[in-house]
Each structure stands twice: as C-alpha cells, then as structure tokens.
Ligand binder design. Structure first.
Ligand SMILES: [Zn+2]
Length: 258
C-alpha cells in the first residue's frame, strides 16, 4: 500500500506527501499551497522532495510550488488547461505521470467542475482529487457547471470500492451535518457523523476516505438515490427530472447551509 502522510496548512488544508515505495527518502508532494510546512515536514522526517503534483490553480494549492521547485530543483506536474505559477509538465485526461525511479505511476483524470482544468491523480489504489470530492461532500462550482461536476464525480465513483481518497481539505464534519439534513434516515451518515465528531474533538484527521464509504454517506454521489432525489425536490419545491438537477439543487443548498 502506498505510504502517504498529511501536512497541515492554513486552517484546513492537507498537503499530501507520497513516499516512494523503493526509496527511504524519495517523496512527492501534492498541492503544496505553502512551502514552509512542507519544508518542515521534509526536514523532520529526513525526506527528499523529488516531484510536485498539482490538481488546480487555486492559491491554497499552488502557493508553495515555485519556492519548492526552485529550492529542490524538481519537476512540477500540473493541469494543461490552467494557469500555473511556473513551468509545468502539462497534463490532460488519460496522461500518465511516470516517476520510474521512484516506482510511482499515476493516471491523470480530467475532473472539471470546481475549476475548469482541474485534474486528479489515480494510482496504487489511491486518488488525489484536490477540491473535487471531499468526504461526504464535493467542491464548490467556481468555474464549472453542475453537469460537468456530476460527470467528474461519476467518473471518480466508477473507480474500485477500496480506492483511498486523499481530499485536500478537512471539511468532513460540516459535510456530514449537511448530509444528515439531506438524508435524516441514513444510518451510515448518522453513525459516521458521531464517529467524526469524536475524532475532530481530538483534532484527528478524517482522511483518507474510501469510495465504499463515500457511496454510503456522500449526498453528491447519491443523486440517483430516491431519498436524496426526494429531499432535493422538497427543498426546491419543484419536480427535478434528472440527477444533474438533483445535484444542482443540493450543491446550491449546501452553499447556503450553516
Ligand atoms: Zn480550490
């Protein structure tokens, strides 16, 4: 199993460190929004940075890229369709990031919605999905449409059940509170909400999650479930013909949910 550890940054970001399977020190960082905590983690753990992977252009994901790339002289991989803070190896859907000397390989998935050029990295049973899928939630639609985001989530949901999902933010507790409002009778949501409440009270980390778990608790992956469909219709006060309409309603509902 891939060894991955979180670096906390800002108020609720996780910058993920991926360890090379064949190299005690070799490390890849995903979405380094801030260079300082990454440098501190590398020093503390005696690791050597070998590459940087970026999912999308938001500052809390790219803020540390330039400094880290310059200091460590490493290649940056990022979405072809977005403006990056420095030169990157441009990636689009279906591309393979092959870090042969580290025995790491990831398939690139285009997952538009949160931003238009957003990519995710899938490999070794793990998914690094930036701000596309969160545990029990999904990213806001800053640039894309509900149809685009639902398409991206559907593609992610088609990956194997035991895929470990490394999301970029600790939003799980707030997301589960919303999931419980959408599906008050979903026992998996209520059980997970209790467990996550306890974990967060101890400042624990709720990630990675798995797709098996997300399919049961994430309302945005459950737009085709009758209970979620009915809740969205009740909230909208109008019939909703398809899953993209359901998705659009619950996304807007969540945006205003406190
Ligand atoms: Zn973002």
């Amino acid at each position: 199993m891939l060894e991955v550890s979180p670096v906390r940054a800002f108020s609720d970001n996780y910058l993920w460190l991926i360890r090379a399977p064949n190299d005690r020190r070799g490390t890849v960082v995903v979405d380094p929004g801030d260079a300082r905590p990454v440098e501190a983690a590398l020093d503390e753990q005696g690791l050597a940075l070998r590459a940087i992977l970026v999912t999308h252009h938001h500052p809390d994901h790219v803020g540390g890229v330039q400094a880290l790339a310059a200091r460590h002289g490493v290649e940056v991989y990022g979405p072809a369709r977005e403006r990056m803070p420095c030169e990157v190896r441009p990636l689009d859907d279906g591309d393979i990031v092959s870090l042969a000397d580290l025995r790491l390989e990831f398939r690139v998935m285009a997952v538009p919605g949160h931003t238009l050029g957003h990519v995710a990295y899938h490999g070794h049973g793990a998914l690094f999905c930036g701000d596309t899928l969160f545990s029990a939630g999904c990213g806001r639609l800053f640039e894309g449409t509900p149809v685009q985001m639902l398409g991206s989530l559907d593609r992610i949901a088609a990956l194997p059940d035991d895929t470990r999902v490394y999301c970029a933010h600790e939003y799980t507790l707030a997301n589960l509170r919303f999931a419980a409002a959408v599906e008050p009778d979903n026992a998996d949501v209520l059980e997970t909400l209790e467990a996550v409440r306890e974990l967060r009270a101890r400042d624990g980390i709720t990630l990675p999650t798995t797709l098996r778990r997300e399919r049961r608790i994430n309302p945005f992956l459950r737009c085709r479930e009758p209970a979620v469909h009915a809740a969205a219709e009740a909230h909208a006060g109008t019939p909703l013909p398809g899953p993209a309409d359901v998705f659009a309603v619950i996304r807007a509902w969540k945006d205003g949910f406190r």
